[in-house]
Ligand binder design. Structure first.
Ligand SMILES: *Cc1c(COP(=O)(O)O)cnc(C)c1O
Length: 474
């Protein structure tokens, strides 16, 4: 397919040169004298070009999207409609409090809802992604210890953690201490005790962890950490697994981030916008980024009065459109948020039980919202790797699951169906996975050369990462 620049045929879709634009007030050094080089095509050609491009895209509206740890669920479109309402979409972020009571009320009530869901005491809505929430949370933890005059340097992170966890802690200047999981995929308590000393500021945990397993010893872990004067950070990106059933506060955590773009109605992938609110206990409230949204009984207002605030982590108050969608979704779902988690967990366990007959399941336990298979059997028997299986799925109009993560599982295939899929759709996926497992035995060459039907075949991922060439050279 040609780029729109290559298709350019000189037809004026719109002719700007007819317009008399007064540029006399501009300094002449700002006026361009050569052509800008934009493509020129008629409206119909432009439309066909972008329609063709969008048809090449895969999205949840097109097919099954079981990308583990990403919660690619269907997000009701009504939330998009609400976020686009003129009075939300056109509101200026510098409007004075009196003029934007509605928006402030919405943010305040969203904070309250997230407090209820997480069990925490205070919330900032500023961070714009999960990893950004982690960074904010770690900055809060750092400042907490600095303020106490107790400079701790270490952060403990289990080997099953999301890669952003060590990166966020490191960016805050902490040293990372990794601990191994035990043979049941849980944090190894003995390994934890061995590294716990007075230099440990915090542990960063995901629960359920990236194997999709609930950490059974989480209360013991929080007791050990708190006795050591350390804090507990909860990576709540996968909150879809536990909403309404339990919460990080009950598990003993001090700081939590949520990914509203995974759990609360904002579609994601491709880089945003998202929202990664951070929720903390009362003891950490004064460290949150200012302003918080507050209510004095009469009016809503921006509260900058935080004694040890780490400062701002994002312009204004975060990605407001995402906050509108999340609040609308929470109101729409009400008590059914609990059902979303229940069905997400049920769906994952259903798929796991169906698929474990055909693929290795290294941790054969009841799972939460996702589970991790291994393509090791196929790799050994016929040289068909997990990557080949992922590519073969693309030929079946199915988005591949997350592969080669978590790192502790060889040839990992991490599957998260989410609550929004029907049994029929999951059964279809099972049949496709069985077909691929059989093909791996009798016709491995087909899988090794997959995909066969996609517009783009195998790409050189190493080259793409090492030499990103993102600009069209005409
Ligand atoms: C997705 C995810 C993150 C990162 O979230 P972003 O919004 O992509 O920055 C962190 N931790 C876990 C467990 C995740 O699944």
């Amino acid at each position: 397919m040609k780029t729109i620049f290559e298709k350019s045929n000189g037809v004026d879709g719109i002719n700007l040169t007819d317009e008399k634009i007064d540029t006399s007030f501009l300094d002449s050094s700002f006026i361009r004298d050569e052509k800008i080089g934009l493509p020129q095509l008629g409206e119909l050609d432009v439309m066909r070009h972008y329609k063709e491009l969008s048809d090449r895209n895969f999205c949840i509206e097109k097919g099954f999207y079981p990308l583990g740890s990403c919660t690619m669920k269907y997000n009701p479109k009504v939330n998009e409609f609400l976020a686009a309402l003129e009075n939300f979409g056109s509101l200026h972020p510098l409007s004075v409090d009196e003029d934007c009571q509605g928006a402030l009320e919405l943010m305040f009530k969203l904070q309250e809802a997230l407090k209820t869901l997480t069990g925490m005491d205070a919330v900032t809505l500023q961070p714009s992604a999960g990893a950004h929430g982690e960074l904010t949370g770690m900055m809060i933890i750092k400042k907490y210890f600095e303020t106490k005059g107790d400079l701790r340097k270490k952060v403990i992170i289990p080997d099953s953690a999301h890669g952003t966890n060590p990166a966020s802690a490191k960016m805050c200047g902490f040293d990372i201490v990794e601990i191994k999981s035990n043979d049941r995929g849980q944090v190894d308590i003995e390994a934890l005790k061995l590294v716990l000393d007075k230099d440990v500021a915090a542990i960063m945990m995901t629960n359920p962890n990236t194997l999709g397993l609930f950490e059974e010893n989480v209360l013991e872990i929080s007791r050990l950490m708190h006795e050591n004067g350390s804090l507990l950070y909860y990576d709540g990106a996968n909150f879809n697994a536990i909403m309404g059933y339990t919460n990080p506060r009950l598990m003993g955590f001090d700081v939590v981030h949520l990914n509203l773009h995974k759990t609360m109605a904002t579609p994601h992938g491709g880089g945003g916008p998202g929202a990664g609110p951070v929720c903390v206990t009362e003891a950490l409230k004064e460290f949150l980024p200012a302003p918080l949204i507050d209510f004095d009984g009469k009016k809503y207002f921006r509260n900058y009065n935080l004694k040890h605030s780490i400062g701002s982590v994002k312009a204004f108050y975060g990605n407001f459109g995402v906050l509108v969608k999340a609040y609308a979704y929470i109101l729409m779902m009400g008590k059914n948020l609990k059902n979303a988690s229940e069905n997400a967990v049920l769906n994952a366990n259903y798929l796991k039980e169906q698929l474990k007959k055909y693929y290795d399941l290294p941790y054969d336990e009841v799972c939460m919202h996702e589970f991790v298979l291994s393509g090791e059997k196929q790799k050994h028997q016929s040289g068909v790797s997990t990557l080949n299986i992922a590519k073969a799925l693309m030929d079946e109009n199915t988005h591949p699951p997350t592969v080669y993560f978590p790192l502790i599982v060889h040839e990992a295939i991490m599957i998260e169906p989410t609550e929004s899929e029907t049994k029929e759709k999951m059964d279809e996926f099972v049949q496709i996975m069985i077909k691929i497992a059989k093909e791996a035995e009798i016709y491995p060459e087909k899988l090794i050369s997959a995909p066969h039907t996609t517009p783009v075949k195998r790409v050189d991922e190493t080259l793409a990462a090492r030499h990103p060439d993102l600009k069209f050279q005409g």
